[in-house]
Design a protein around this ligand. Structure first.
Ligand SMILES: [Fe+2]
Length: 467
């Protein structure tokens, strides 16, 4: 096991299963290793990742790498693979120089750099909107990049809604795109909606101070905003320094933003935590149910009382010990209740996207391996009523990623889960297709070239592609 320094300087996140690939490939007719491709599985599964094209300057942070999309297309029972870099403006500048020219997250930011200080790598998330795949960056203030499907050719920056963070969501009822944007030292977060016919609304929401933003949750009428208990220390900020701190005595707040009035109806207080990702949210009369992966001790350099002795994944200074919780927000009383749904360390929760904002029975999460590097050694299926869990582990020495949920039929459980599974110390990679109902293997396909570990995924069904 490496020292803490290894995880700060990124040597872990540039080797083994994280090591970038150096070329783009097209592989037709993937070999079926096991099972059968379900006849109803027609479309494209795509995953974003950090894949530096040029040797990055030290210290390297896993979030610094150029965006690369790995995708498998399913058509008439046959599958093909393709990977492409997202050709961002920042990557074009590196290509012109023949070297990495941007400073990373762990270096002193170059505030004078046009378009900087950080490179918008579009490396984090994927969304399908009006015929284009959008590659999104984790930091606010970045423009998404549009790519063509199934070619994965970069069309260019997608400017219709302006800048935004990763994790915009499409409301399956209205078809609206809902997103957030923020600046790291601003006390405002911007809530945005873009309708199918192009009407854009961007509404600023005041927070007590600058708060990191990453994800949002939707219900039929509301967007759930979060004011986490991890934020830049105000005393340091007053001296012009950004020092991220966790404040266990400052409750985390959930803002119920009404998209009809464009105002926050109420801020609910819940126990102090940091949240990367929501699973889903929905309305039940005057109550709102929110499910999310919650961390109570998120900074490696700032141990909270009673820090657990389990081995916890780290990316840079962030310590990832998430647990799935359910918050019940009562709009009549203004009070929130918290229930722990699953005590396993699991993240990257996904539901059937057709159920975003609607009552949901099941979420699927990546199960963290007990090690200091970010690695999923299994997938968990969690019943959001009872907390009952089913887990499927990957073979020893193999690691998986976020699953996307691909509908096979109308029922919530009638879905396939897709994820890349790769040998950590070798070159073999596979695409796994599992049944949402019981995590049984439906099919395994061989990918002829290595697929490194990565970030978020998206399933785009053939019906969406045809529209
Ligand atoms: Fe994310």
């Amino acid at each position: 096991m490496g020292s803490a320094r290894d995880f700060v300087d990124g040597s872990t996140y540039s080797s083994l299963g994280y090591a970038p690939v150096s070329s783009e490939h097209d592989h037709a007719d993937l070999e079926l290793l096991e099972g059968q491709i379900p006849a109803a599985l027609q479309g494209v599964f795509a995953r974003n990742s950090s894949n530096p094209k040029f040797t990055p300057p030290e210290p390297y942070h896993w979030f610094d790498g150029d965006g690369m999309i790995h995708a498998v297309s399913f058509e008439q029972g046959r599958a093909s693979y393709r990977n492409r870099w997202v050709r961002t403006a920042g990557l074009a500048e590196d290509e012109a120089a023949g070297a990495a020219t941007w400073t990373g997250l762990l270096a002193r930011p170059d505030m004078a750099r046009p378009g900087g200080p950080y490179k918008n790598t579009a490396n984090t998330d994927l969304l399908y909107w009006n015929g284009q795949l959008l590659a999104l960056w984790w930091l606010g203030g970045g423009m998404p990049y549009a790519l063509s499907l199934p070619e994965l050719s970069t069309v260019g920056p997608w400017t219709q809604a302006g800048t935004m963070t990763a994790h915009p969501k499409v409301d399956p009822r209205s078809g609206d795109l809902v997103f957030l944007d923020y600046a790291p030292t601003s006390s405002r977060v911007t809530h945005g909606t873009l309708t199918r016919d192009g009407q854009l609304t961007r509404t600023p929401v005041q927070l007590p101070g600058p708060r990191p933003q990453h994800d949002l949750a939707l219900t039929e009428h509301y967007t759930i905003l979060i004011d986490v208990s991890m934020f830049p220390d105000p005393r340091a900020l007053a001296r012009g320094k950004v020092h991220m701190s966790f404040f266990p005595d400052v409750p985390t707040r959930l803002g119920v933003f009404d998209r009809r009035t464009q105002r926050v109806r109420h801020w609910f207080e819940v126990p102090a935590c940091y949240v990367y990702h929501f699973a889903n949210a929905w309305e039940l009369g005057e109550k709102i149910i929110v499910t999310a992966c919650c961390m109570r001790d998120p900074l490696a350099y700032e141990p909270q009382p009673g820090r657990s002795d389990r081995v916890v994944p780290r990316i840079g200074h962030l310590r990832l010990e998430p647990q799935l919780v359910r918050w019940t927000l009562d709009l009549e009383t203004g009070l929130a209740r918290e229930d722990l749904l699953d005590d396993a360390m699991a993240e990257f929760p996904r539901v059937d996207d057709r159920r975003i904002g609607a009552p949901t029975r099941v979420a699927y999460l990546g199960s963290f391996a007990a090690r200091e590097a970010f690695a999923f050694d299994g997938v968990r299926r969690i019943d959001l009523d009872s907390g009952a869990a089913i887990e499927r582990r990957y073979p020893p020495g193999w690691l998986g990623g976020e699953v996307s949920v691909a509908p096979l039929g109308d029922a919530e459980d009638d879905v396939a889960l897709l994820t890349f599974v790769s040998e950590e110390a070798g070159d073999r990679s596979e695409l796994w297709v599992m049944a949402g109902r019981d995590l049984e293997i439906l099919a395994k396909l061989a990918i002829p070239t290595r697929v490194p570990a990565g970030f978020h995924t998206r399933w785009v069904g053939a019906d969406e592609l045809a529209r």
